[in-house]
Design a protein around this ligand. Structure first.
Ligand SMILES: Nc1nc2c(ncn2[C@@H]2O[C@H](COP(=O)(O)OP(=O)(O)O)[C@@H](O)[C@H]2O)c(=O)[nH]1
Ligand SMILES: [Mg+2]
Length: 236
């Protein structure tokens, strides 16, 4: 994983006041003409963070994924007619605060907080992950989505849909019950984050739609990148 690498030269950085001296990117990153959206997937171990991420990027469901592996994945998508490159960090480990976690919390533009509908403790911990984000990005309006995964396991359900909705209301974010196994609502959850990041960037009162030329250009970049795909990594 490359979250500890120094910022790339073409990024524009300022020093975060008061919190500490790790720089926060101030300008959106682009790669190969595509806007890069840095997404961080958080949640207790075993809730399906890796399964949801891998379903999104590779359309496959793995029965087992090493729970200690923390890695990043890139996936291109056209969302609302606009191409995007999602740079997704699938985290591993506990909610405890570490220097490395602090760093990617600073660099993430959108956060997916996952729990499993079959595991009440993971649901209770979701709020702790929200606090973890607030600890680093206290003053910011952070794009966030709450995901209750494993909704295919109805007979093992311990958290109701209503409880999930109520927590999402409390957190002020969209809510999806997903199934990584069935690939239900996985795209919706990631796309929702990209939409929130875009909405945040759009100047107040600006038109929702880009010009036809801009959209064509972004889709062209999408197709071009597909052909010339190379291994990139999550970079702050
Ligand atoms: N039935 C079902 N099992 C799932 C789902 N998502 C993950 N799992 C299983 O739950 C276990 C933990 O998933 P994993 O992605 O490794 O969890 P992580 O520790 O949060 O990354 C694995 O055995 C997965 O196959 C789901 O939506 N439905
Ligand atoms: Mg995992």
């Amino acid at each position: 994983m490359s979250v500890n690498e120094p910022p790339s030269a073409d990024d524009n950085f300022v020093v975060a006041p008061l919190i500490n001296s790790i720089p926060i990117p101030t300008q959106p990153t682009t790669r190969g003409g595509l806007r890069v959206y840095k997404i961080v997937v958080l949640g207790d171990g075993g809730v399906g963070k890796s399964a949801v991420t891998l379903q999104f990027v590779s359309h496959s469901f793995l029965d087992y994924h090493d729970p200690t592996i923390e890695d990043s994945y890139q996936q291109q998508a056209v969302i609302d007619g606009e191409a995007a490159l999602l740079d997704i960090l699938d985290t591993a480990g506990q909610v405890e605060f570490t220097a490395m976690r602090d760093q990617y919390m600073r660099c993430g533009e959108g956060f997916m907080i996952c729990y499993s509908v079959t595991d009440r403790h993971s649901f209770q911990e979701a709020i702790e992950y929200r606090k973890l984000i607030s600890r680093v990005r206290a003053q910011e309006d952070i794009p966030l989505v709450l995901v209750g995964n494993k909704f295919d396991l109805q007979h093992q359900r311990k958290v109701t849909t209503e409880e999930g909705k109520a927590l999402a209301r409390q957190l002020g974010c969209p809510f999806y019950e997903t199934s990584a196994a069935l690939r239900h609502f996985v795209d919706d959850a990631f796309h929702s984050l990209v939409r929130q990041i875009r909405a945040k960037e759009r100047p107040q009162g600006a038109s929702r739609k880009h010009s036809r030329w801009w959209r064509l250009r972004s889709i062209f970049a999408f197709v071009f990148r597909r052909r010339h795909r190379h291994a990139d990594h999550y970079s702050p």
